[in-house]
Design a protein around this ligand. Sequence first.
Ligand SMILES: [Zn+2]
Length: 101
Amino acid sequence: MGTASSTTGAEPSGEIKNIREFRQVKLRAEGVIVTTGSKPPRAHRALCRELSEERFTEAVVFNEGKKGRYFLRRDLTEAVREFQAVACMKCKPERPISRPD
Ligand SMILES: [Zn+2]
């Protein structure tokens, strides 16, 4: 952490780069995860079932992010502004988080 990278802004920060970070994000269950594998990119709640470790591993580890990468954003507004992401139809990140019944 804290590595100074270029400030050109070409590379969005907050990328989830390995399975350890992916698990931490899911454990915290905060924010919105943007997946860039689809066009337009999709925004999910951290707890969305679409975001399985298997899919993450395939996209980020095996395909080295060539077919899609994962980014963490604070909320859907940020995801839309930075990625032009659309909200996932299953986890509906535009809704306020409610406790499971
Ligand atoms: Zn989702």
